[in-house]
Every structure is written in structure tokens, then in C-alpha cells.
Design a protein. Structure first.
Ligand code: NAD
Length: 337
């Protein structure tokens, strides 16, 4: 029998990719505050349009379905969170607690472990200044966990919550494990299919989508700004690979995953090789620049490599030449969708 899987935030960029990848393997139940994209509707068993803060609804979903795995993607991203920090805290943290509470209740009741997969972010890192960022290069999971944004703080706290619900819930003597919390820290994601909103790494995908639509673009960070990125197919691959790994192989619960590291200028230049008429300029948004200046240049993926054989398929060049640019050309010429 097919497993039931719950995906929250299913209508977002990652949700689009994850639903498509899992549709054949599992019965998908989705929850998003926005109605699910019509293109995805036929791929899911049941879709709920509603809020992860609505406890009654979340409870009802867990009453109706037994879940093998929960992918908790719903969140308010970094730039949006900075515009309304208290609201972000409620969605990102209280929303996560609502899901974890129902997940642990259900797994205790049926005496079976539930996997809870959570996408964290490089926003959990907070490098103190540019020279330190320059020096640090590939950051390890335990380094510089001093986020300066509400989003980064929320993600770091949710990682700790996941570990608590997995290993220490109510500190019961001889407590059994009911939740198997697994987490990847994503870099900035770039998808050819969807436009990002509210993230601070959005300048890269925004450049691509503007070029593909024949529009000019004003980049909100300096040309030398360098952070790690990942092509959406690799992001989905990492979630699935981590989920499918045997628990005994996983010595950690939080893993960096990588794609490639590039500056805004390098991304501009590679896009211009395919879109010869593309014009762009730079107008720095101080708040967003300040955020990315605390994010690492690149991440160390050695734990993910060691425990679940992680290896990205897409590097800087083939992310653009083999995935983003050909797909964007199809989409904007009307041959896809
Ligand atoms: N996109 C990136 O670059 C990136 C990087 C690191 C981590 N992540 C994480 O990956 C996850 C998915 O990101 P994404 O890029 O798909 O983001 P997204 O903004 O495209 O999708 C988030 C989805 O959550 C939904 N949502 C927001 N508030 C909700 C609520 N209260 N109740 C129900 N649904 C709600 C939104 O409607 C949206 O469809 C998030 O947790 C994000 O923090 C993303």
C-alpha cells in the first residue's frame, strides 16, 4: 500500500518540485494557505487550503490520515520575515510546534515512528563581518550560529525543536523515539519553474526570470556578493535522499547541502551569455545586503556526503546551461505548462 505523506507549504517553490517527485510513490496530502496550483491538483490525494496556525484544521488532518512522513515546508522567508518579525515568529515557530505536536500524538498513538523532514537554511549562520566571511569559505554545521534575522533565528530554534521532539520530548524516563526529525540547511534555491518571493537570495532567480522575459533587472545586492546556491532538482533530490536513508546511517540530524557558490556578477555574466540583450544594474538595498553579508560564501557538505552519500548534480555552469536557461526558454516561449 502507498504511504501517506503530508506536505505543508505545498504551493511554494519547493512544494511544486516535491509534489511532482513524490506523486507516483505516495498518497500526498497538502496544506497551504494559498490554493494549490491547478497543475498540481491531479497529483495529490487531498488538498487543504488553510493555515498551519489553525490547530483545529491541523488536528483534523492528522485525524483523517496516518502519515509516514511529514515535509514541513510552510514558512515566511527571510525578507518577508524582516518586514514583520512578530508575525514571522508565529508562523515559523508556533506553526512548526503545531505540526510537531500532532505528529508526536499520532505516532505515540499508533506506536510507530514518523519522519519529520524540515528545510532549514543558511540563514541560521551569522558571520560577524566581511573579512571573516572571506576567510571562512565552506562553513561547517556548528560554526557561526549567530543569525541576525528573525527568519534565521526561527529556523535555528525550529532545528532545536525538532531535536527535542525526536530525542527528549517531555524528558520521559526510557522515552521511546516517536519522531525521526531530519533537516537540511538549504542555500539559496533557484527554480526554472517558479518565481521566488520574500527571500534574500532571490536576486539570482530574479535575474534569470527577468532575462528570460526580455526585461531589464536592478539587482539589490553588490556585484561581489557571494553566497551558495542550489538548483531546485538538487534541493528535491537532497530531501528525498535524506528521507530514504536508513536511520542507523545518520549520525546527525542537521545537514548542510550544497550546490555551487557564485557572486551576483558571475551570475549576471553567465545569464548574459545566453541572453545577449539582457541589461542589468545594481542598486543596493541596505537591509538585504546586510543580511547576505552575514551568510557564508559556501557550505561544507562533508557530513551529508559521509552519512547519506550527498553529491549535487548541478554545478555553477550546468545549473544555468543544462537546467535553468533551457527550461526558462521553454516556459517563456509558452511551450511548457
Ligand atoms: N527558497 C529558498 O531559497 C529556500 C532556502 C532555504 C530554505 N528554504 C525553506 O524551504 C521551505 C520552502 O521554501 P519555498 O522556497 O518553497 O518557499 P515559498 O515561499 O515559495 O513557499 C512557502 C509556502 O508556505 C505557504 N505558507 C506560508 N504561511 C503559511 C501558513 N501560515 N499556513 C500554511 N501555508 C503557509 C505559502 O503560501 C507558500 O506556498 C521553507 O521552509 C523555506 O524556509 C527555502
Amino acid at each position: 500500500m502507498k504511504q501517506n505523506i503530508l506536505i505543508t507549504g505545498a504551493n511554494g517553490e519547493v512544494g511544486h518540485g516535491l509534489i511532482t517527485a513524490l506523486a507516483k510513490k505516495a498518497n500526498l496530502v497538502t496544506l497551504d494557505i494559498k490554493p494549490l496550483d491547478k497543475k498540481l491538483a491531479s497529483l495529490v490525494k487531498k488538498t487543504y487550503t488553510g493555515d498551519i496556525l489553525n490547530k483545529k484544521l491541523v488536528k483534523e488532518i492528522f485525524r483523517r490520515f496516518d502519515f509516514e512522513t511529514v515535509y514541513h515546508l510552510a514558512a515566511l522567508l527571510s525578507t518577508s520575515a524582516e518586514k514583520n518579525p512578530a508575525f514571522a515568529q508565529t508562523i515559523n515557530v508556533t506553526g512548526t510546534v503545531n505540526l510537531l505536536d500532532q505528529a508526536i500524538l499520532q505516532s505515540q498513538k499508533r506506536k510507530k515512528i514518523m519522519k519529520f523532514v524540515f528545510p532549514s537554511s543558511i540563514a541560521v549562520y551569522g558571520l560577524p563581518d566581511l573579512p571573516t566571511k572571506e576567510k571562512t569559505k565552506k562553513i561547517k554545521e556548528i560554526e557561526y550560529l549567530n543569525p541576525i534575522t528573525m527568519y534565521g533565528i526561527n529556523k535555528l530554534y525550529c532545528e532545536k525543536l525538532g531535536i527535542y521532539y525526536s530525542n527528549y520530548y517531555q524528558l520521559l524516563a526510557n522515552s521511546k523515539r516517536y519522531i525521526d526529525f531530519r533537516c537540511v540547511r538549504f542555500p539559496g534555491l533557484i527554480s526554472a519553474d517558479t518565481m521566488p518571493t520574500g527571500g534574500t537570495s532571490d536576486f539570482a532567480p530574479e535575474m534569470l526570470h527577468a532575462a528570460a522575459q526580455g526585461k531589464n533587472y536592478i539587482c539589490f545586492v553588490r556585484p561581489d556578493t557571494t553566497i551558495p546556491f542550489m538548483a531546485m532538482p538538487d534541493a528535491i533530490k537532497s530531501l528525498l535522499q535524506l528521507t530514504e536513508s536508513p536511520r542507523k546511517n545518520l549520525k546527525n540530524q542537521i545537514y548542510n547541502v550544497d550546490g555551487f557558490s557564485a557572486s551576483a556578477k558571475e551570475i549576471e555574466l553567465i545569464i548574459k551569455k545566453s541572453y545577449l540583450k539582457f541589461k542589468m544594474s545594481y542598486k543596493v538595498d541596505k537591509m538585504r545586503q546586510r543580511i547576505v553579508d552575514t551568510w557564508p560564501t559556501d557550505v561544507d557538505n562533508s557530513l551529508a556526503r559521509r552519512d547519506w552519500n550527498w553529491k549535487p548534480e548541478f554545478n555553477f555552469i550546468n545549473t544555468f546551461t543544462k537546467y535553468l536557461i533551457p527550461s526558462a526558454k521553454l516556459i517563456y516561449s509558452g511551450h511548457k505548462h
